[in-house]
Design a protein around this ligand. Structure first.
Ligand SMILES: Cc1cc2nc3c(=O)[nH]c(=O)nc-3n(C[C@H](O)[C@H](O)[C@H](O)COP(=O)(O)OP(=O)(O)OC[C@H]3O[C@@H](n4cnc5c(N)ncnc54)[C@H](O)[C@@H]3O)c2cc1C
Ligand code: FES
Length: 387
């Protein structure tokens, strides 16, 4: 097998350390230098990509789809349907980024589509929706995340539960399934506030009409008078009626944290084992002071002083993630998920106390040595940190 055949074989699959070693070994067998292999791995899994906005489509009054192409003119790196990228922006001198699931399917390698919904009072989404024009170039991260169909573990009978902009990874998964004729059955239940808020409505309806294996149900929490579809929230009763038996089905959840809080007990009523439920990261908390374990004496607005060892001191509000305070004060910190999962924003707290919600997966050794994920860590006193 020559290197080109090998590459076409691994393209899109050299994700794990083992797969990368295999690729390196293949290069070794072919007497190719190690940095040649490293170059290939970098091309398939770059940390950063320069991407140009090639097209913008309005989806609803509050959401737009941005089609990004590689500024180099090359194909974009492969990804798995359900993964996301981090879109970096500089707004008013503040360098930051936000995660967006890729809403286009992975067999479209010439572009990624990111569908952004406005978060009222948000920092980045209003900027993207109001300011960004076709032709602008930005830095995005390589694709990442674990919210994808894993055929070795997941069944092929999939229940997708989406809320608001949480439809985006499912659009990619659904289009991959129907456009590549994969043998999966899909039940999509998509909750929105009003019928006008449903993103990709016509496309999803058209797919469901053409493909018997894809069933779609919209659920509207604030329906207009006379609305004849499903109303309210996604409940165990609604799921029982729509999907029948949950037996053998894998459940995927993507939406705001309130949706997860509501759905957890509903899924418990259906006795679905936790290993059959996958959930996408949902970003920062809307109000960290409501999290279990938040100390009663500290209010969200309380401000502490954070000192970077060997550097400057800046103010940080208790209710704001440390990462946001750092960025606002001019520090550039690597970040990817901003949900406590990827570990990109890991840093050491040298003194002082912080709050990290239980759901943040921090390694035991990190706990012992006071390493934190700044995107979901909140100051509870004056701090000294090391970046
Ligand atoms: C894996 C993943 C995939 C995602 N995919 C999509 C997608 O496809 N489409 C999409 O529209 N969105 C998606 N998101 C959400 C997106 O990343 C942003 O969180 C969203 O656009 C809001 O960003 P913002 O800057 O407008 O709002 P922010 O300014 O970040 O505010 C968002 C929320 O964060 C909290 N917060 C932020 N700053 C503070 C602060 N200073 N004090 C207190 N609370 C604060 C608040 O709850 C606020 O409501 C995804 C998130 C993740 C993690
Ligand atoms: S950015 Fe992923 S853990 Fe903080």
């Amino acid at each position: 097998m020559n290197i080109l055949e090998y590459l076409s074989h691994v393209d899109g699959y050299a994700e794990t350390a083992r797969e990368r070693q295999t690729l390196e070994r293949a290069c070794g067998d072919l007497a190719l230098p190690r940095d040649f292999a490293a170059g290939i791995v970098d091309r398939l899994h770059p940390k950063e990509i320069e991407a140009t906005v090639a097209e913008i489509r309005e989806e609803t009054a509050t959401a737009k789809t941005f089609r990004l192409t590689a500024a180099s003119g090359n194909l974009l790196p492969p990804f798995r349907a359900g993964q996301y990228v981090n879109w970096s922006v500089t707004i008013g001198g503040v360098r930051t980024g936000r995660a967006f699931s890729i809403s286009s399917p992975p067999h479209e390698r010439g572009f990624y589509e990111l569908t952004v919904r406005r978060q009222d009072g948000g920092f980045v989404s209003p900027y993207l929706l109001d300011e960004v024009q076709v032709g602008r170039t930005f830095t995005i991260s390589g694709p990442g995340g674990t919210f994808y169909h894993e055929p070795l573990i997941d069944s092929d009978d999939l229940v997708f539960l989406a809320g608001g902009s949480g439809i985006t990874p499912f659009r990619s998964l659904i289009r991959e399934t129907v456009e590549r004729s994969l043998s999966r059955r899909i039940w999509l239940v998509y909750g929105s506030r009003t019928p006008d808020d449903v993103i990709f409505k016509r496309e999803l309806q058209a797919i469901a009409r053409r493909h018997a294996a894809v069933k779609v149900r919209f659920v509207i929490s604030e329906p207009p008078p006379g609305y004849r579809g499903s109303k309210g929230f996604i409940t165990a009763d609604l799921l029982r009626l729509f999907i029948g038996s949950p037996e053998g089905k894998t459940f995927y959840l993507c939406g705001p944290e309130q949706m997860y809080r509501f759905l957890d007990p509903e899924l418990d009523k259906l006795s679905i084992p936790r290993r059959r439920i996958k959930r996408e990261a949902c970003g920062p908390l809307s109000d960290v002071t409501k999290e279990a374990g938040w100390p009663s004496g500290v209010s969200a607005g309380q401000v502490f002083r954070v000192t970077i060892r060997g550097g400057s001191t800046f103010p940080a509000a208790a209710g704001e993630p440390l990462l946001n305070s750092l960025e606002r004060n001019g520090f550039s910190v690597p970040s990817h998920c901003r949900s406590g999962e990827c570990g990109f924003c890991r840093m050491k707290v040298l003194s002082g106390s912080v709050f990290t919600p239980d759901r943040v997966a921090v390694r035991e050794s990190d706990r012992w040595f006071h390493y934190v994920h700044a995107c979901l860590t909140y100051p509870l006193s004056d701090l000294e940190i090391r970046l």
